[in-house]
Design a protein around this ligand. Structure first.
Ligand code: ADP
Ligand code: MG
Length: 238
């Protein structure tokens, strides 16, 4: 579970084409990074997959099922936002439990899932604090915890580390990569940061003005960039 296929997906805002016809396959369990300069359509593409924007044309399949017209809650995906979107008046425990409560799950099952997420993310010591009493990195982990308990078939991250300072960003890069290894769940990760792309991805999708310039492993892109744009962006000597 966790494959995502885009077939001839187009997104227009009024007359402006942001995503031209685009085909892309994300395999189950892959860590895929969308990278490209600001304004190239990374967030739009992620929001189309999440169902937070409607496609103008084309088809999105999730686990082989046509999900194009499914609302976000029915897609089995979890989006992690850069702004954390935590509830300031609730404890970490309650923030993580929130989606399960909304889904009507019984308390014992909620407790088990929250405890699992908290231990996986090293949040056990902070479980009764409120977001205001946490560091930026801890808040980001709570936001990830809230995604984990839903057991999504894929996680969608939109620049999750861009609010953190450089040292913390390095730590969180490692933590998210480790989380991917632990959970073995598909992750789609948007960033404008080449270092994040090169260090985290199984597969990098380089975007420029909505077009895919190249898809490949970090090594592929480094060794054989498709063009000068990719070479320049990835920092390849070619
Ligand atoms: P990125 O995440 O790569 O910085 P975005 O996906 O946010 O890029 O934006 C891609 C392009 O689409 C930009 O030119 C942006 O102005 C435009 N865009 C994004 N959302 C909207 C919207 N709701 N209405 C009109 N234009 C939009
Ligand atoms: Mg963006």
């Amino acid at each position: 579970m966790g494959s995502i296929t885009l077939k001839q997906v187009v997104k227009r805002f009024d007359e402006t084409v942001v995503i031209p016809p685009l085909d892309l396959t994300i395999e189950d369990g892959e860590f895929v990074v969308f990278v490209g300069p600001s304004g190239c359509g990374k967030s739009t593409l992620l929001r189309l997959i999440a169902g937070l924007e409607d496609v103008t044309e084309g088809v999105i399949e999730i686990d082989g099922v046509n999900a194009t017209d499914l609302p976000p809650a029915k897609r089995g995906l979890a989006m992690v936002f850069q702004s954390y979107a935590l509830y300031p008046h609730m404890s970490v425990r309650k923030n993580i439990a929130f989606p399960l409560k909304m889904a009507g799950m019984d308390q014992a099952a909620i407790d088990a899932k929250v405890n699992y997420a908290a231990s996986t993310l090293n949040l056990a010591d902070y479980i009764d604090r409120r977001p205001g009493q946490l560091s930026g990195g801890q808040r980001q982990r709570v936001a990830i915890g809230r995604a984990i308990v839903r057991e999504p078939s894929a996680f969608l991250f939109d620049e999750p580390l861009s609010n953190l300072d450089a040292a913390l960003r390095g730590n969180m890069r490692l933590e998210i990569t480790e989380l991917h290894q632990t959970l073995a769940t598909t992750m789609v990760y948007v960033t404008h940061d080449q270092v994040e792309a090169m260090t985290m991805a199984d597969k990098i999708v380089v975007l420029r003005a909505g077009y895919i310039e190249q898809v490949g492993s970090p090594l592929d892109l480094y060794r054989e960039p498709a063009n000068v744009f990719v070479a320049g962006f990835i920092g390849s000597p070619a």
